[in-house]
Design a protein around this ligand. Structure first.
Ligand SMILES: NC(=O)c1ccc[n+]([C@@H]2O[C@H](COP(=O)([O-])OP(=O)(O)OC[C@H]3O[C@@H](n4cnc5c(N)ncnc54)[C@H](OP(=O)(O)O)[C@@H]3O)[C@@H](O)[C@H]2O)c1
Length: 301
């Protein structure tokens, strides 16, 4: 049993993690920017208000905990402002490390991303890569997880946005040829890995790519989502150059654009997602894509 601070607890992954931490016997504490709105079900954890971009708020959040699961980030799910990306992803890492050191909390599980491997990582990948380096060089007992695209039931995040587009649009836009490959990982499987990591202090200092068992092209992934939703998959190909122009225009016009420049970066280059270390050290059960998508949409129905 450990007292575990979760940053990003209100997000796609954080929301699914909370009940699993409780089930594993941990006592979670959630760092949130805004208190939960009245009328919503009471969260299964203590809530502390704070912001990764405001270092002074983190000391109280970490005090008295044994471990941190760091999910909070300015992500590629929406428009990414450079100042916010650096303040939250890089500044937030520095501040969290300092707060953890001061509180004597040595164990940190960091949720990184496959984007850090990309030769042109975009703002999101670049700031996450800088954060990984800070955590791994901190001298704390850090394990870094780098998932491929995470899919599962939820209310927000990259996959939820993509599934929403597939559901709503008569024709699905695909950036470039759609032949880049990914290993979509089922949310439940990623949570298993996080929970297992908390129980394994000997995994400190290590970094793991985390992906599903199916290596698929983006076109195949879209096809699998369409099959799971029982709809025909009609795609239209957007040339890369056009996609960059479109994304930057949409980012300027909309608060929550359906396409961002970082999305285009992520959709043009392939990250390796090498599962060998994960399979060796965790022996995880990795849900096949077809089964995971079926469960995703059953649970969301
Ligand atoms: N989902 C994926 O496919 C995927 C793949 C690879 C890696 N990851 C990584 O997994 C982690 C969680 O991703 P997710 O999909 O759950 O993202 P998400 O749904 O976009 O949630 C992001 C979380 O970060 C919090 N956050 C943002 N800015 C913050 C700030 N300044 N201070 C404190 N909290 C802040 C958000 O809080 P609010 O509710 O206040 O906005 C939210 O709880 C991220 O580190 C991401 O890089 C995700």
């Amino acid at each position: 049993m450990a007292r575990v601070l979760v940053t990003g607890a209100s997000g796609f992954i954080g929301t699914a993690l909370a009940p699993r931490l409780v089930a594993a016997g941990h006592v979670p504490r959630f760092l949130v920017r805004r208190p939960p709105s009245p009328g919503k079900p009471a969260p299964s954890a203590e809530i502390v208000q704070g912001d990764l971009g405001e270092p002074a708020t983190l000391a109280a959040a970490v005090a008295g905990t044994d471990a941190v699961v760091h999910l909070g980030a300015a992500t590629s799910a929406g428009r990414l402002d450079p100042a916010v990306a650096y303040r939250v992803n890089v500044g937030g890492a520095t501040a969290l490390i300092a707060a953890a050191r001061a509180a004597g909390c040595t164990r940190i599980v960091v949720m990184s991303t496959q984007h850090v491997h990309l030769p042109r990582p975009g703002l999101y990948g670049l700031t996450k890569r800088m954060a990984d380096r800070l955590f791994l060089g901190s001298g704390l007992d850090v394990t870094v997880l780098r998932p491929s695209l995470v899919y599962g039931p939820g209310a927000r995040g990259v996959f939820v946005k993509l599934a929403g587009l597939v559901r709503r649009l008569p024709v699905i836009p695909v950036i470039g040829p759609g032949t880049w490959r990914l290993r979509p990982v089922f949310l439940d499987d990623l949570i298993d890995v996080v929970v297992a990591t908390l129980a394994r202090p000997e995994l400190a200092g290590r970094t793991y790519d985390v992906g599903g068992p199916d290596l698929v092209t983006y076109n195949e992934f879209l096809g699998a989502i369409c099959d799971a939703l029982g709809r025909r998959c009609r795609r239209v190909r957007l040339p890369i150059g056009v996609s960059f122009v479109l994304a930057s225009v949409l980012e300027r016009m909309l608060a929550n654009p359906p396409l961002t420049v970082d999305n285009v970066h992520g959709a043009t280059l392939e990250a390796p997602c090498d599962l060998r270390a994960l399979l060796r050290d965790y022996r995880p059960r990795l849900t096949p894509l077809v089964e995971g998508l079926r469960r995703t949409f059953e649970e969301a129905a």
